[in-house]
Write a protein that binds this ligand. Sequence first.
Ligand code: F6R
Length: 616
Amino acid sequence: MCGIVGAVAERNITAVLVEGLKRLEYRGYDSAGVALLNDQGELHRSRRVGKVSELEAALSQEPLAGRLGIAHTRWATHGAPSERNAHPHFSGHDLAVVHNGIIENHEELREQLKSLGYVFSSDTDTEVIVHLLNHTLKIQPDLTAALKEAVKQLHGAYGLAVISAKQPDRLLAARSGSPLVIGLGLGENFLASDQLALRQVTDRFMYLEEGDIAEIQRDSVQIWDAAGQPVVRESVQYHEGAEAADKGEYRHFMLKEIHEQPKVVQRTLEGRLGSDHVLVQAFGPQAAELFGKVRNVQIVACGTSYHAGMVARYWLEGLAGIPCQVEVASEFRYRKVVVQPDTLFVSISQSGETADTLAALRNAKEHAPDKGGYLASLAICNVGISSLVRESDLTLLTQAGPEIGVASTKAFTTQLVALMLLTLSLGQVRGTLDKTLEAELVEELRRLPTRLGEALAMDSVVEKVSELFAEKHHSLFLGRGAQYPVAMEGALKLKEISYIHAEAYPAGELKHGPLALVDSDMPVVTVAPNNELLEKLKSNLQEVRARGGELLVFADEQAGMRNGEGTHVVNMPHIHDALAPILYTIPLQLLSYYVAVLKGTDVDQPRNLAKSVTVE
Ligand code: F6R
């Protein structure tokens, strides 16, 4: 994922920009660059493929200095990773831009700009922005006013930083679908795509909102909102420990990470949604072409990540109409597999270093497509510099941030979001997804962080019902449809951190065996669907009650399920059926957390488990 850093100061800011880029390295990137305006009023840049350390080495050979500058780490979406495609991009000698996100109408703009005489030196969508701005400056010479005009022509997602040799007093920023934060200093100000990049220089931040344009000078910041009106954005003081590897106000990392989910889901969506569709380029430069050829999907993962894959199967087949198989990596890697033609191999992993998942990917890559192998490999991963990402053809990074608690929480929900983006992208490119449904789901995805916040507000309700489990040794989790893997994930969480034996079943399987286990000592947790399967689930629940089993049901507030003797209903905020698996994961995570707290187990480091399983 791309990263932006910018600064306007009285001092040479080269080191500040490079240090900022280093702090963004964890996000993953393939090249890095910096542009500075020197004291002679000339704009110079340095760009390198590979690590920021390579850019740093280049800068020590051929130093650049300046008091105004922008820098970038690039993750290729349009055009291969190369020096000519690395940012900053220039138009002429005076104007430089760095960009996060995807400009959808870049081809059309490129043609227009070419016909006006602009010469392109890269394959990127970003270069159209800098030439477009240059062209706008010919009509409107003020840089800020020109940027306001130019962005009106951009479709897609962007976070932009702009500098010009002709207006050396200012650093400009524009945000639409890709985050930007201004760092406030004394007599100097900064800009970045993530405040983490700027903590070395300041602890005061101002977050830009959607549609904002900012003019940042050494001693002032002016912002205009999406309607072009001047606005004041609140400045926030950052306190050490509010994020990073610190529990902050929470008792455990796991609880902190559960509560981070609205924010990290939002981050995972950033820059990947157009007005009514998913931006397919978010999966990489070749994604649109490759996705058009995909006829099957094979998902491979372990543990929680495997459960995310299981949910995705319901989505890929149900929404995008594409056949999908899902398998645990430790089985898949040792099995002789018959590969269907034009299969996309998808691996899912928080760490990107899980030995079985990596081995499965390596096996899959051994067979070339022309010998009946996989069409391409896609990694859905939380660590940009992991082996899985390096070895896959395509990547979609989740933006969960570091997950410290051994039991996976925010990694799972961000994986689900990434898999929904994959479903919508495949459906879109292959023409198998109804456009109205895609637009509806994109809108629902935008609302998802708010819905997750509502589910988290039920924390104390879930804490209360967790008392049901304090003295129990076994439990059953039931679900139907895409909520069945959610029940599996709920059962895994409970056993991992509270050591209570928990089994998950598709509710329809109950009477084929597990019903024999049900009595008053076996609580049954149910994730209710809010669709045509609800009535069927209600009959399964009757079967449990008739055997004295105590029920804990998580159900849509509109589903009409009520508390009763031995039945505890937790009403969930209403949500589109397709996104329910993401929302219903939250109370199950909270349930396992509070049961573990009651039992006094080591929540963050459960016995016998490791965070990253790098051995077989
Ligand atoms: C469960 C858990 C594990 C991991 C599994 C795969 O809470 O964390 O089941 O999901 O070890 O790890 P990754 O996703 O890193 O490949």
